[in-house]
Design a protein around this ligand. Structure first.
Ligand code: 5GP
Ligand code: ZN
Length: 122
């Protein structure tokens, strides 16, 4: 946990958010500035800055995180199958367009067209 991190504050409930999923390891909430009809952020409770900070020792929780994506996407309105689907984005570091320094997956879906920001911070 970080005292100053925005997503740690959201996880602790100090900043309001629209939570759509919670378990012991992860939370998911709606992005405050959606770039698609459905735009969620899936976040580990543990304060890890970005994908640059993970390695082979993290493969189990990372696998659990990735395996949650379809369930969370479909539970929140993404349509299954080839005509539906979703986009997953992980910005990492300044060159990757990361603005909040707590690892997160953007889960984006819903009918197109999407906003011009359909890749956050493209
Ligand atoms: P990044 O650019 O770090 O990959 O994405 C950070 C995301 O967090 C952005 O899409 C932005 O809209 C979202 N965001 C920033 N501040 C807040 C907030 O206070 N609440 C929520 N729910 N999302 C936020
Ligand atoms: Zn944090």
């Amino acid at each position: 946990m970080s005292d100053t991190c925005l997503f740690c504050k959201i996880i602790r409930g100090e900043i309001p958010s629209t939570m759509v999923y919670e378990d012991d390891e992860f939370v998911a909430f709606k992005d405050i500035a959606p770039a698609a009809p459905i735009h969620l952020l899936l976040v580990p409770r543990q304060h890890i800055v970005s994908l640059q900070d993970v390695g082979p020792a993290d493969r189990e929780w990372l696998g659990r995180m990735m395996a949650l994506v379809p369930q969370i996407a479909f539970d929140n309105g993404c349509e299954p199958g080839p005509a539906g689907g979703f986009r997953v984005v992980a910005n990492s570091g300044a060159h990757g367009g990361q603005e909040v320094d707590h690892l997160h997956l953007h889960i984006m879906g819903g009918p197109r067209p999407w906003s011009a920001r359909s890749i956050p911070n493209a």
